[in-house]
Design a protein around this ligand. Structure first.
Ligand code: ADP
Ligand code: GLC
Length: 481
């Protein structure tokens, strides 16, 4: 079974969020399921630098304004197909933003080109020199950047089945209608019903939803939420019309990279919750926080509306009054960065690092008592999964993958000694404040807290179940037993 995975990010080469983790994990975990997966990525400078020996396996002289070619190579154990097209990807910085932090104006073309080449590879296969050719049995695209891959494939008469995975419906990959020709899209498909038109604009995400044979998303609860107007970002109708082809497959995490017993980023590695104490002490020192009677809470996150952290700013006094503290590592919207910096200046129990730092994320998740994820929506969420593995109790909103991965400290679950975290619902600053106080209460009961930490560490958070689910989906689509 051969699968072409198409995405704009992939760990360890390029990452802005959890999408990259998932795209980077899939080839490895699918290998264990007998799936030969190759990942098609844009040839950003960082991706090209990671490639060792390569072979050119496809050429395209007229790729959306310049020449392109596909290089095949292996890096960090992942079989890559890299689309080299310097007029589109030969730029430093994040994959999407220019130096001013604005979207590159040609983002629609940049990712249409990626999708175009994905469709060509799926339809024509690539030449593999002496090793013969390679052609996928299934095309698997991720998010809007791969949205037009099923469209280009189907409209050129290709027969390879397509899966489209929604990691985040908030990003549509929208372009003005005037770009139809430039994006190689047919005007007859620029319609609301059964096409990629959305409020007068071209919508790459919608194209993926309409033209893929199956749609998946990254948790069962988010799959249900996507069919509702509150979560569907205007596309809930399209998704409802495809409900029979939609499923939710929960993300796993890399349990080697995130393993408290072996994590080189920590001052002390550990196998039981007791081992967290030295990491907590070191974390307080690193962030200049005093010892405190309440829980040391953490946030590691993009700072965006999605993550609900504005609500946390309002609810913060409830935590601090109970002797709790907050460490935040994050980067994103300027207003939120400013607000958290100001909170850190105002409160001695709050420490903030604005930036992106992988090793610091590990130290924080190991040293903190609890992690806070009050997202307004969360397709899956990875940090609560890291936290579980590190015996760090998650406080989460009851939405998406957060709802699917945490067993709340309800009376019944506590009585059954099954709880792993705290859930907030409905999500407001007031309810968040109340649940933060509950968290402090649970923390002060040593027996209960210890039980929750142990339960957390015992949760399965790896890829085993979900890898089998993807493999079953691929086989079903490709019609192979
Ligand atoms: P999303 O993809 O919506 O950002 P996820 O929880 O799925 O949310 O994934 C976020 C990923 O990015 C996690 O691996 C998290 O540890 C990482 N991350 C987010 N912000 C930072 C940061 N400032 N420093 C280090 N890692 C971060
Ligand atoms: C998105 C979502 C996040 C999910 C990640 C990986 O960025 O916001 O919830 O975990 O994709 O699927």
């Amino acid at each position: 079974m051969r699968v072409l995975s198409v995405a704009s990010e992939c760990v360890p080469f390029v990452k802005t969020g959890g999408l990259a983790d998932v795209v980077g994990a899939l080839p490895r975990v699918m290998g264990g399921q007998g799936v030969d997966m190759r990942v098609l990525l844009p040839g950003y400078p960082k991706v090209k630098a990671a490639l060792g020996q390569t072979r050119e396996v496809m050429e395209d002289r007229t790729l959306f304004g310049g020449p392109g070619r596909v290089l095949s190579g292996t890096a960090e154990g992942i079989d890559l197909l890299v689309l080299e097209a310097d007029h589109l990807y030969g730029r430093d910085g994040t994959p999407y933003l220019d130096a001013e932090g604005e979207d590159w104006v040609d983002n629609p073309e940049r990712f249409a080109a990626l999708s175009w080449i994905a469709a060509r590879i799926a339809d024509e296969g690539v030449s593999n020199g002496a090793a013969g050719g390679w052609r996928p049995d299934v095309l698997h695209g991720h998010d809007w950047q791969a949205g037009f891959a099923p469209y280009y494939l189907k409209t050129r008469g290709g027969t390879v089945p397509c899966i489209f995975t929604v990691h985040n419906i908030a990003f549509h990959g929208s372009a003005p209608a005037g770009r139809l020709g430039a994006l190689r899209l047919e005007r007859s498909h620029f319609v609301q019903d059964g096409g990629f038109e959305f409020w007068g604009r071209i919508d790459a995400l919608k194209a993926g939803l309409v033209w893929a044979d199956r749609i998946t998303t990254v948790s069962p609860t988010y799959a249900r939420e996507l069919t509702r107007p509150e979560f569907g970002a205007g596309l809930d109708g399209v998704i409802r019309s495809r409900a029979g082809d939609l499923s939710g497959i929960l993300n796993g995490i890399d349990t080697e990279a995130w393993n408290p017993a072996r994590d080189k980023a920590l001052v002390a590695r550990y196998r039981t919750p007791r081992g967290k104490a030295r990491n907590r002490k070191a974390l307080r020192q690193e962030f200049g926080l005093p010892e405190a009677p309440g829980p040391l809470c953490a946030v590691v996150s993009r700072l965006t509306q999605q993550k609900g952290l504005d609500l946390l700013l309002d609810a913060l006094p409830a935590l601090l009054d109970k002797g709790g503290q907050l460490v935040l590592l994050g980067t994103g919207e300027a207003a939120l960065e400013r607000a958290f910096r100001a909170a850190a200046r105002r409160h001695p129990g709050v420490a903030v690092h604005i930036g992106y730092d992988e090793a610091m994320a590990h130290r924080i998740i190991a040293g903190a008592d609890a992690i806070l994820v009050p997202s307004r929506f969360e397709p899956c969420g990875l940090t609560q999964l890291y936290a579980l593995r590190y015996g760090t109790v998650p406080l989460v909103a009851l939405t998406g993958g957060l709802a699917d991965t945490i067993i709340p400290a309800s009376p019944a679950a506590l009585a059954a000694r099954a709880s792993t975290g705290v859930q907030v619902y409905p999500l407001t600053a007031e309810t968040l404040a109340l649940r933060l106080m509950d968290l402090c209460g649970l923390f002060s009961d040593r027996d209960i807290w210890r039980m929750m930490q142990e339960n957390a560490m015992a949760q399965p958070v790896g890829w085993e179940t979900s890898a089998a689910a993807y493999a079953a989906l691929y086989r079903d689509l490709a019609g192979t037993p």
